[in-house]
Design a protein around this ligand. Sequence first.
Ligand code: SAM
Length: 286
Amino acid sequence: MNNNSLLSHRKEEPENGILYLVGTPIGNLNDISKRALNILQNVSLVACEDTRQTKKIMNKFNISNKLISFNKHNSLMKIPKIVKDLKEGKSIAIVSDAGMPGICDPGEDITRCVKSEGIDIVCIPGACAAITALVSSGLPSSSFVFEGFLPKKKIDRERILLEISKNEKTTILYESPKRLRELLKELLEFCGGDREIIVARELTKKFEEHVGNNINNVIEFFRDKNIIGEITIVIKGIKKQDLNIDKCRMKQDLKDLINAGLSLSAASKYLAKKNGVKKSEIYNLI
Ligand code: SAM
């Protein structure tokens, strides 16, 4: 099939041999689209991250279909069978527990495999926590970086935190409520307390809240709270002029340390570590 033929797939009824990536609500079940319901009802089968979760949607809207489990534990094992079924002409929908499949959820691997087999894919767009949090944050939203969950390994995690601290674009992160306090502490360390940030909790749900407006305030807000629910964090990028101010400050710090008796090498090493930059960058300041 050529690219133009994809246009002909924008029909209401599912077509044979197509993989449908179906966006589902991130809390409020009424956010599901009519088109998504139609596909879920009429495809040959629905591959769900958790069948119980998808059943809740199907029951609410009085639809039923064959559901199979497809999650991070069994996806590699199940992909070949799904590809075979698609080649034999079945239509299959992929849904995650919430939001868009493939965004920190199963969907990415199967999309890549199915595409590489020349099978067509159609996305039925739906809610996504990252985009919902971003557009309601009031922070610049036309250019942004989505990092999802930060890596657990310290060295990888610190590399990304450092990137966030210097990024001019808005960054979006996912985090579990249990680890939010720890992440806020790290953001304070890397970005400073004045950096603008919005923590969006329970988007589209009854107790939705948006907590801001800088890291210090957000830490204070959650200090004595039992943090529950789902969390997405939106962090404002740094202004170019702030990067320059940073350089001026580092230059002054370097002069102070040298005046206090440290060698250029020792002072640069210390400031490089403190500011998360290369030693050569500090050298270059003078
Ligand atoms: N595929 C989903 C999407 O499109 O948004 C994301 C799935 S990821 C496994 C789940 C994470 O998304 C949660 O831990 C939380 O960080 C974020 N999230 C999901 N629903 C949310 C909500 N209603 N409010 C705030 N964040 C949410």
